[in-house]
Design a protein. Structure first.
Length: 639
């Protein structure tokens, strides 16, 4: 099955041609069963069918092309947007015994020529290329060689081809012309986030031929979702770090300046942190990223530029210091936590002040109206009052109903019963004030009137003479903003025009006219004399859309174990394995998780295998890894 390559066992390139997907999955990657839709997608590819797969971050997208790549004759081309992502995937495949490579600007001319020669000689099964590279004559000449058979073209991060996606990249448009060179090759498009509009764009622009479309559940059960009002952001960040002492984490900030300031503060406080943003040189960004993924640094503080190419499975917390520009962007960022399936946290610090910072850049956007639409979705999520997970999944067209025995999945659900507050009077005051100011002002101005502000603009407009001036002092500014967010989510209010003025919708006018009682689940920072009763969250559901999509709401069957809290020997094994893994990774110049992830490490410590055969029954331990690392692991388990 294997040959010795650089002192490690490698799989002969054609060893699995024609094999079953199950055999490849277990022998090469060490997994006993497929995750939802992996096998179905693989079977479509093996039949030569074009396929579009929407799977969450950490949902196992790579397996969907890596397994068929080994079964099919010839080569699989993977279009990947980032050099770091290519390197990470190649490292991971090589550790599993699969000889793969990439062609990009980081290679020396000698290495480039050697890689091309290996492609022509059939020694490489999977080759990674950037979308920019596809446009070059050099790449096209390489693959125009009739001796090279291309069986599969995979498009990773396929949402980048759509202007409705959150990370549109014009270079992805080159893929279509490249695909014409290989009319018999199947095409597989993969992405972690895609609304209906983006899915339709991907299929249309890539000219997929009657594609099979699979949409896996977007639910990441192991991630606790939390939104906090941004009051003392530094203290809130530190509290989260302390809860995850010693764990890896990512903190996302809106601007490069904020990244650098927060990095400097936390560094001076003794935390292990580095920064990452487009203002740093390529060399510094690469160095900081490498230190993070190799566990030399605990926390990376970054702009949205960081993360797409990071396969690091042991990120235990992601903090959004500022409001993301869209739910898609938010979902991608929090999806970088807990890729190994272990418990992790996603904390969003939300301040209405972040909204204006985002809108400042809308003039530079390709479609400002679409940017505003995406932002409104994010505002509704952050200011929402229902289960965070339910709201997040609803955005992507998936219904979610927590079971009675479900663990707490978000800050709202973990708070237990939610107080339903009678907000009839505050809502009437707010809507009346909007009417008396002629629906010409934004939230901040209307709240100033309610709070009795004497600022120059209010006095010049004579709005200090209105009957609604100063009648809202029972609530704080933050409370009024929260109430406005809820009314927007309930379709009673809308923000319209260039200045996002508050406009009352028909539902809001009806409520004001009938003076019906209004009960909202809300916690005010002040304690006004408002009637309160308790009720559990509502049970409203959202049906799935077009039935042409195959949707799977099941989650991965957990087959890995974890040592019990009183297992002293298991704890010793975890510590010793972690130390050995770090040394071995340093020797191989790869991140520790390439050797094996925390989930595999915990499973080893719990099962305590006595020989290589038992080690093969451990989650994530394939034949090649057992052959390469088994003796060292067994010596640690059985000293």
């Amino acid at each position: 099955m294997g040959i010795c390559y650089n002192n490690y066992v490698k799989i002969i390139s054609d060893a699995f041609v024609g094999a079953t997907p199950e055999l490849v999955l277990k022998t090469v990657f060490g997994y006993d069963s497929f995750r939802p839709f992996q096998k179905e997608i693989i079977n479509e590819v093996l039949k030569g069918h074009d396929t579009l797969a929407i799977m969450p971050t950490g949902g196992g997208k790579s397996i969907c092309y890596q397994v068929p790549a080994l079964i099919l004759e010839g080569i699989t081309i993977v279009v990947s947007p980032l050099i770091s992502l290519m390197q990470d995937q190649v490292n991971s495949l090589e550790a599993s015994g699969v000889h793969s490579a990439f062609l990009n600007s980081t290679l020396s001319w000698e290495d480039y020529k050697n890689t091309v020669e290996e492609i022509r000689n059939g020694k490489i099964k999977i080759i990674y290329i950037s979308p920019e590279g596809l446009a070059t004559n050099r790449i096209r000449e390489i693959f125009s060689d009739e001796s090279i058979k291309v069986s599969l073209i995979t498009i990773d991060e396929a949402h980048c081809i759509s202007q409705w996606g959150h990370d549109f990249r014009p270079d992805y448009m080159e893929i279509v012309s490249f695909r014409r060179l290989f009319p018999k090759a199947a095409m597989l498009a993969l992405t972690a986030t895609a609304t209906q509009q983006v899915r339709e764009d991907i299929a249309s622009i890539l000219k997929l031929k009657k594609p099979a479309v699979y949409i896996s559940s977007f639910n990441r059960e192991n991630i606790f979702i939390e939104v906090q009002p941004k009051k003392n952001p530094l203290e809130q960040v530190i509290n989260c770090i302390k809860k995850h002492a010693g764990d890896s984490g990512i903190i996302y900030c809106f601007s490069k300046r904020q990244v650098d300031e927060l990095t400097e503060i936390l560094d001076k406080m003794g935390y292990s942190v580095l920064n990452y943003h487009a203002g740093l040189s390529d060399a510094i960004r690469k160095k900081n990223q490498d230190l993070f993924i190799k566990d030399e640094v605990q926390i990376i503080i970054a702009t949205v530029a960081f993360g797409m190419g990071i396969n690091k499975p042991n990120v235990r917390f992601v903090i959004n210091y500022d409001l993301p520009k869209s739910v898609e962007e938010y979902y991608q960022e929090i999806g970088r936590a807990g890729r190994d399936g272990l418990p992790s946290t996603a904390l969003l610090l939300y301040s209405p002040g972040d909204i204006s910072k985002i809108r400042y850049f809308f003039d530079e956007a390709a479609d400002p109206r679409n940017s505003e639409k995406l932002l409104q979705g994010m505002i509704s999520f952050a200011g929402g009052i229902e289960c965070r997970r339910k709201a997040l999944l609803k955005y992507f067209g998936e219904a979610y109903e927590p079971k009675t025995d479900d663990k707490c999945c978000c800050d709202i659900c973990s708070a237990g019963e939610i107080p339903l507050v009678d907000v009839t009077i505050p809502v009437q005051k707010l809507l009346s004030c909007i009417i008396r100011t002629q629906e010409r002002f934004g939230a901040s101005y209307v709240i100033d009137v309610l709070l009795g502000s004497r600022n120059k603009r209010i006095l010049e407009n004579g709005h200090n003479m209105l009957s609604t001036w100063g009648i809202g002092t029972e609530l704080s500014r933050e409370d009024w903003l929260s109430l406005i967010d809820i009314l927007i989510s309930k379709k009673m209010l809308a923000k319209t025009g260039d200045y996002y003025v508050l406009t009352i919708l028909p539902e809001g006018k009806s409520v004001l006219a009938t003076r019906e009682k209004i009960l909202f689940p809300i916690l005010f920072s002040r304690s006004p004399d408002l009637k309160m009763q308790f009720a559990k969250p509502g049970t409203q559901t959202l049906e799935y859309g077009s039935n042409e999509y195959k949707i799977n709401k099941k989650t991965e069957r957990i087959i890995a174990e974890t040592p019990s809290v009183d297992d002293a020997e298991g704890a010793r094994i975890v510590t010793d394995l972690k130390n050995w893994r770090k040394r071995k990774a340093d020797d191989m110049n790869v991140p520790p998780y390439i050797i094996f992830g925390d989930k595999t490490m915990n499973d080893i410590a719990a099962k305590k295998p006595k020989n290589k055969q038992e080690l093969l029954a451990v989650y994530g331990m394939g034949n090649v890894k057992v052959e390469n690392f088994g003796n060292s692991i067994l010596r640690i388990v059985n000293p």
